[in-house]
Every structure is written in C-alpha cells, then in structure tokens.
Write a protein that binds this ligand. Structure first.
Ligand code: FCB
Length: 469
C-alpha cells in the first residue's frame, strides 16, 4: 500500500491535437485554418513542413485508439478541428466532420476510455482570421456558436470539455512574436487576443453547462514558473511582470473574475484595454471542474539595466518581436542543462512548486496535468526499437514531482503524457518527436518506444518505484 504512489482513481492519459496528427487537410469538407496558411507560407516552418498528412490519424484513428487501449489508459485528450466541423467558422456545420469526432468518441467509450475534448488547439478557421482573428470580439462570439454545435453533437458522451489549449500561445505567439499562426507582430492586438480568448472560454463554458450539464468543464493553461536571477527588488519586479503576462492574464479573469491591476498598468503604453466590456470578466470566470496545467520547463529572468548585454535566452531579442508585450526591460537567462531537443531545461521541482502555488492561491480547485513530455533525437536501434531512456527519465522525474505535490496537498487528479504519437510540432515541423509511440512518416507505421512500455507498466501498477531503469 505505502509504495503505491498513485491511487486507483488517478487518471492516466495521453494527449494529442487535431492539426498535429490528423492530416486529411482538404478531405470531407474541411476548410482551411490559420495553421494551413501559415505552414504553407515559405520560411514559416522547419523544412516547410505542413500538417497536410501529419500522422494520418484521420484515417488511422481506430488503430490509434487500439494503442490507447493497449496502454491501459483511462482517458484520451484530443482536440476538435474547428474548420473540419464548421469550415468557415460561422453558420453551416459540416456533418462529415462531426461524424468523424462522433466515431472517435464512441470508439473511446467502446474501449473504456474517457474522452477529453479540447475545443480549440490553435486551428482557427482562416475566414475568421481574415475577418480580424482573436483581436476582434466577433471571434469569441463565433467560438460560442461553434461550441454549441459540437456540444450539441457530442454532448455528454465527452467526459471533459476543455475550452482552450494554451491561450498564451494563441495570443502572444500568434499575434506578438509571430512564431505561431497567424504570424502577426502587433503587441496591442496580442492583448486584445488575450481578452477575447478569455471571453470565448467563458462563453463556451456556459454552453457546456447548459447543453451537457453532466460533463466536466476545464481549460488548459501553460503556466510559467518564473524565477529571478537574484533576490534584488528589480529582479523580483521582473518576475512579477512576466507572471502577469504569462499566468495572471488568464488566471485572473478565469479563476478570479478580474484582470490583475498590475497587468493593466504594466501594459498601459500598449493598450488601454477598452476592448474589455462590463461583464466580460464575470463571463470568463465560469466555474471550472478542473484546471488543466501543461508543463515542460521553467523560466529564469532578470531586470535589464538597458546597458549590459542581453541573454534573450527565450529566443526573442529586444529588437526582435517579443511575446512579452511591454516588458522589453526583462531579460531571459539561459538555464543549466541537460536540455531536451527543444532546448528546454529539465526542472521537475518547478512543477511541484507550480502545483503547490495553485493549491495555495486557488484552494479547492482540482487540477489535471494535461500535457507533459519531452522531445529527444530518437534513434531506431538495430533491434527495431527506440530505447528512449532520456524520455523515460524525464517522465519519471516529472511524475515523481507530481507525487510530491500530491503528498503536500495539491489536488492533482490525472496526468496526460504529451504525446501519444510523434506529430507535427508546429514551427519545428516533424523534426521534433514528442511521442511515446514512434511514427515512421514514410510508411505511417507506429512503433512503441521504450517510454510507451514503461508508461503502460506505470499505468498498470500506479507506482514508480517498481519500474526497472
Ligand atoms: C504545447 C502544445 C502542444 C505541443 C507541446 C510540445 O505547447 O500545447 O501542442 O506542441 O507544447
């Protein structure tokens, strides 16, 4: 008993996203999304890779769900492609698209796996971007209509509805730094996108409450753990500012019903936030059954004195387009290794700290790790297997960090490994592999990596200490 670290009730799952795995980009009435446009624009993605074919999951979904079942998982987190089910982002729904997700959901239920559906994992219908995208309010209203369509179709067969995946990326990478679709570099627009994503979340959350009252409601945030270089007041202020942009711009309205005053003050030279209308923050504060947390690595900052050389270790120099709107005087510092193939540092203790912070600030709010995992340069060995011991080590250390947080009272109810399959890693294309199952992109063959075998054993036993290696 004592060595069983996770209880039976703890939910083990894996996560994917539509554009990263489905392919079939022009089939059965699917419309274009901002990621189709962006990935087909020369110079935007590594090697010019696109999601046109990806892991061909649209055709191979049934065998992919067999892998989920063979892993013994209790839940599977996937996303619904908005342009597949409502091609123009408004009005008519595409029955063939709805039917695909209906089969997927039924396929999960038949295998005894909980469907966890994300409504928006970054693939905005291109027509909505052409009409202004997330910086305009209308997009949030369109999202409400889309949510009503998919919840009416799939309803309470979906166990958990997640409105948005990582709105931080949608807003700041999509509209400020431009390294994600739609690739715009307009700081004020990025903050307007933050708000309309918060509003969209609340509107869609209300839809779930009305149309699927027995389903659980959640949102997934990529919360940042930010540490200061020193204990100087200036560095503490740098942490506060990045925390406001990265975390509290979403946690504030979603869990507290209001934007933090310091965020509005810090960004006053960029925007007056007049796009926030009376009542919006209350809408965004729809109560959540579970808060989804995505965690990969941590962040180290210092106040920049305006003279010394900058590190800009997050890859965005002060002169380049930074996602950190209004915070040009914060410098991002390199972190000690080892790093993953993304160049991200490995810092499981920061995950424990993050979960304990959430426990303290939002007591009683159940939590779920909706993504965690690592890209490494996998090698297929002579025996045909992928001995990805660094990924196993990464997963083990982070799951142990979650166990630590649980022991200290954090109400973490589940864990979803990113990702079930190797897939299209956004701007990095197919070059970065996060799967516990390898995809051979020439043949679409799936091969369990050692991490998949390891994960199955963990799911079976609920204990980390019994596992070899
Ligand atoms: C997260 C995304 C997910 C994947 C991982 C590596 O930011 O939600 O789609 O790209 O990072």
């Amino acid at each position: 008993m004592t060595s069983r670290i996770f209880p039976e009730s703890f939910v083990w799952g894996s996560a994917t996203a539509a554009y990263q795995i489905e392919g079939a980009a022009r089939e059965d009435g699917r419309g274009p999304s901002i990621w189709d446009t962006y990935s087909h624009t020369p110079g935007r993605t590594y090697n010019g890779d696109t999601g046109d074919v990806a892991a061909d999951h649209y055709h191979r979904w049934s065998q992919d769900l067999d892998h989920v079942a063979e892993l013994g998982l209790g839940a599977y987190r996937f996303s619904i492609s908005w342009p597949r089910v409502q091609p123009g982002g408004a009005g008519r729904f595409n029955q063939a698209g709805l039917d695909f997700y209906s089969r997927l959901v039924d396929g999960l239920l038949e295998r005894g796996v909980r469907p966890v559906a994300t409504m928006y994992h970054w693939d905005l219908p291109q027509e909505l971007e052409d009409a202004g995208g997330w910086p305009v309010r209308e997009t949030a209203l369109r999202f409400e209509e889309y949510a009503a369509g998919i919840v009416a179709a799939l309803g309470d067969r979906v166990h958990t509805w997640t409105t948005l995946n990582e709105p931080w990326c949608s807003a700041y990478l999509g509209y400020a730094s431009g390294v994600h679709a739609p690739g715009r570099t307009e700081p004020a627009a990025a903050l307007a996108a933050v708000h309309h994503l918060n509003l969209a979340h609340g509107l869609a959350g209300r839809v779930v409450r009305e149309l699927a009252p027995t389903a659980e409601l959640s949102v997934t945030l990529n919360l940042h753990v930010i540490r200061p270089e020193s204990d100087s007041p200036a560095d503490a202020d740098a942490v506060r500012r990045i925390d406001a942009l990265a975390n509290r711009s979403f946690l504030g309205p979603m869990l507290g019903g209001a934007y933090p005053a310091d965020l509005l003050a810090d960004t006053a030279s960029v925007t007056d936030w007049s796009f926030v209308r009376d009542g919006d923050e209350k809408v965004a504060g729809v109560p959540l059954d579970v808060l989804g947390v995505n965690y990969y690595s941590s962040t180290l900052v210092r106040a920049w004195d305006g003279q010394s050389a900058r590190s800009d270790a997050d890859g965005h120099g002060a002169s380049a387009h930074s996602p950190w709107v209004g915070a040009d005087d914060v410098d991002f510092l390199p972190q000690p290794g080892p790093h993953t193939a993304m160049g991200w540092n490995i810092d499981p203790a920061a995950l424990t700290g993050l979960l304990l912070r959430l426990r303290q600030e939002y007591p009683g709010q159940p939590l779920m790790i909706t993504e965690n995992g690592a890209a490494f340069d996998d090698v297929v060995s002579a025996d045909g297997r992928v001995h990805d011991e660094r990924r196993v080590d990464y997963l083990r250390r982070h799951i142990a960090a979650i166990a630590d947080a649980r022991e200290q009272g954090a109400d973490v109810r589940g864990y979803f490994v990113w990702s079930l399959l190797d897939n299209f890693e956004w701007g990095y294309g197919y070059d970065r592999r996060f799967g516990i199952i390898r995809v051979d992109y020439d043949t679409q063959e799936r091969t369990w990596k050692d991490s998949a075998h390891w994960y199955r054993r963990l799911v079976e036993t609920g204990r980390l200490d019994q596992l070899p290696g």
